[in-house]
Structure formats: C-alpha cells, structure tokens
Design a protein around this ligand. Structure first.
Ligand code: FO1
Ligand code: 5AD
Ligand code: SF4
Length: 359
C-alpha cells in the first residue's frame, strides 16, 4: 500500500473501503493460527527518567525489585506453564542515585548487570525465556543482553518529532524517534528478533501513523528482524496529564490495522486482548495474527485496570472465526535458529521444546 493511498484511507475511508481492503487482506494472507505467549510480567523498577503524558506505570519512588521477589514470580510462572519472562521497566533507572546505591549494595555497577544475572538465572532454573523491554539501550548493552534474551522490544510509539513538544512526550527525552529508530536499527545489526509498535491515540496525525509504519517496514526490509508490530490503543489513565484524552474508536483501530497489514507484508501484527476485550475478535478479520503476552498470574502493569482474558476465553474468541489458538515463545518460530539467537538461548529452546508441542 502506497503512502498516499494509506493516508487517504485513514482520513476518509468509509465502510465500503473498509470491506474492500479486508477482502484483499484475506485473499492475500492465509492464516490458520492466532498466537499468544504465556508470560509473567516483571516490573523490575517503576522509576523512570521519562514522564510520558499517558503513563501510569511510572512512579517517583526509587524502588527496585529484590532478587528473591523476581525469582519467586519466575518459579510460580514456570509451574503454571509460562514460557516468557517479560522484563519491562523504566528507562535508565540507574540514573537515580538511590537505585544506584541499592544496585551497588547488591554487587552491581548498573541495572543491566543486575538484569543480566536475573535473566541468566531464569534460563538456568526455569523453562521461561527472557524478553526485555526497558526503553533505550545502546548497541553494546543490547549485545550483552542478547546472550540471555530470546527477543527484545521497544515501542517506536510514533515517528513524529512534533510529539516531543506535546503533552505526550515533552518530558520524555527517551521518546525521541531518532533515538528509538537508532536502537531498532542496532537490534537489526545484532540479529535480535525484535518487537516494536505504535501507540495509537496520543495526538498523532494520520500522516504520522503511516510514516511510522513505513519506517518500521524500511528497517525490517534492511535487517529482517522485526518479528511483530504491536498496534497498541491508548487507554486514558486517571491522574495522568492525558486522563481526558479520548481513546481511539474501534473503527480507527480497524483502519490502522488494515493499513499496517498492507504495509508490513508478513510481519505479525499484535493486538493486546486486554485492551480490546470487545473488539479484539473483529480485528482478526483485518489480519491481526497475535494476541501478545497473556499472564495467568501477573497483571499488565502498564494497563493495570485491564484484566487478562482467560486462555479459555481467548480460544473461544479465536475459534469462533474458524481460526486456531496456538501458544508461541517470546521468539517467533521463524527466528528459532542459530542465526537469530545466542548459542545459549538456541540450545535451551531446542533442548527443552525440540520434541514437545506447545499447547
Ligand atoms: O502486558 C504488556 N505487555 C507488553 N509487551 C509484551 C508483549 O506482549 C510480549 O512480551 C511480546 O509479544 C513477546 O512475546 C510489550 C513488549 C514489547 O517488546 C514492547 C511493548 C510491550 C507492551 C506491553 C504492554 O503494554 N503490556
Ligand atoms: C510498554 C508500552 O505501553 C504503552 N503504554 C504506556 N501507557 C499506555 C496507556 N496509557 N495506554 C496504552 N498503552 C500505553 C507504551 O507504548 C509503552 O511503550
Ligand atoms: S511509558 Fe515507559 S518511558 Fe514513558 S514514563 Fe512510562 S515507563 Fe517511562
């Protein structure tokens, strides 16, 4: 889909245009399965150097989870059949002096050394595979974490520089699209299976949505590492600067998903089911093929009000459309190879799941 056509459709497309494109999508993209990843969410620290206008996750208190707390969640998740350890936390939390002190007392110089140790422990002691999404990282930092991660992620959010001056990102230097694009590009150079995505409804224009998708496509064409793109709908949170902003309508989301599907070719498109309880099922009609991480024990700390549907419910929602629900690992099947994974993670996956079917 060309840029102009996509913008025109997002702005003026009516019900006939929507049906027209949905038909094209379903002729072109055959699907049998909709995937999800059974995970535990580990919010290592909620302090963050940024202050995004939409974020309820961030806390001023400089807190860091203890090793014992992290291990307890990992072991509990392991017992319940989870296969992903999602480490999502504030950006550059060791810029905070008190967090730095705690890290030093644990014997670490910085938070990524601590994270590496926890992820290493996770690989050695559980069947879970780490996925890190903690904001901006340098080339060398990602190179180090690649050893112990099955995949990593960073939301582009949007390619718009303009948003850096609005309530969404004016207090968040880490949301500068130049820096985010650089990190996604570095992940490609390092051959890290990568998750990125857009946050829809934070004051962006239709042009900016299309340009963000085209940028992700460009990076993927160059490196082949984007395993999935999350189309995340903004949900207003009480007490945040954007609490009175409207969330995107279901039709807006449907149109963005259509455009994403037609721009991104075969890259998976993820819709979080807890943020789209009523509408998620309809989005499958437009080419969504992944429900993302779903947890039986931990909440979505980024959207704490939005409960996870049970796997049983997710299966019903999927099967009603004649599709099948399939569990995946945090790394998509097509990236499970020595090219895309460290020796350690690759061997763990092949050894542990090689002859077993995930259900
Ligand atoms: O529970 C959540 N999981 C989130 N995840 C987890 C995601 O659903 C899975 O971890 C990946 O699909 C890997 O399996 C993210 C992962 C990223 O790399 C980037 C952004 C997100 C955003 C969220 C989120 O808001 N809530
Ligand atoms: C982890 C990811 O969660 C998203 N995120 C942060 N706050 C919100 C919100 N209020 N609604 C929906 N998504 C949000 C951002 O895109 C971030 O990168
Ligand atoms: S969305 Fe991420 S970067 Fe922004 S304030 Fe929240 S924790 Fe920090």
């Amino acid at each position: 889909m060309k840029r102009d056509e996509a913008i025109e459709f997002l702005k003026y497309g009516d019900y006939k245009d929507i049906v027209y494109y949905i038909n094209i999508i379903n002729e072109k993209f055959e699907r049998e399965y909709i995937t999800y990843s059974k995970n535990v969410f580990i919010p290592l620290s909620k302090w963050c150097r940024n202050r995004c206008g939409y974020c309820i996750f961030r806390e001023d208190i400089p807190h860091l989870m203890k090793p014992s707390e992290v291990k307890e969640i990992l072991l509990k998740g392991d017992k319940l059949g989870c296969r992903e350890a999602l480490f999502t936390f504030g950006e550059k939390v060791d810029e905070n002096k008190e967090i730095k002190k705690v890290l030093n007392s644990l014997g670490y110089n910085n938070v990524l050394e601590y994270l590496y140790d926890l992820e290493q422990w996770c690989l050695s002691n559980t069947s879970l595979l780490p996925h890190t999404n903690c904001g901006l990282l340098s080339y060398d930092e990602m190179k180090m974490l690649r050893e112990v991660n099955a995949s990593m992620g960073l939301m582009l959010e949007n390619v718009s520089e303009r948003l850096m001056k609005t309530v969404a990102h004016k207090n968040s230097p880490g949301k500068d699209p130049k820096k985010r694009i650089e990190m996604i590009e570095n992940a490609g150079k390092l051959k890290i299976p990568f998750t990125t995505g857009l946050l829809i409804g934070i004051g962006e224009t239709e042009e900016e949505i299309v340009d963000s998708l085209l940028k992700i496509k460009e990076l993927h064409d160059k490196y082949g590492h984007i395993q999935e793109v999350i189309i995340q709908n903004f949900k207003p949170k009480k007490g945040t600067p954007m609490e009175n902003y409207k969330e995107p309508s279901p039709i807006k989301m449907l149109k963005v998903i259509i455009v994403a599907r037609l721009i991104l070719d075969n890259t998976s498109i993820q819709i979080p089911p807890n943020l789209n309880r009523e509408t998620g099922q309809l989005f499958l009609l437009a080419g969504v093929d992944d429900w993302g991480g779903v947890s039986p024990i931990t909440k979505d700390y980024v959207n704490p009000e939005a409960e996870w549907p049970e796997i049983k419910k997710l299966r019903e929602m999927t099967e009603e459309l004649g599709l099948k629900l399939k569990m995946r690992l945090p790394v998509y099947d097509k990236y499970i190879s020595e090219k895309w994974l460290s020796e350690r993670v690759y061997k763990k996956i092949v050894g542990e799941y090689g002859n077993k079917k995930l259900s």
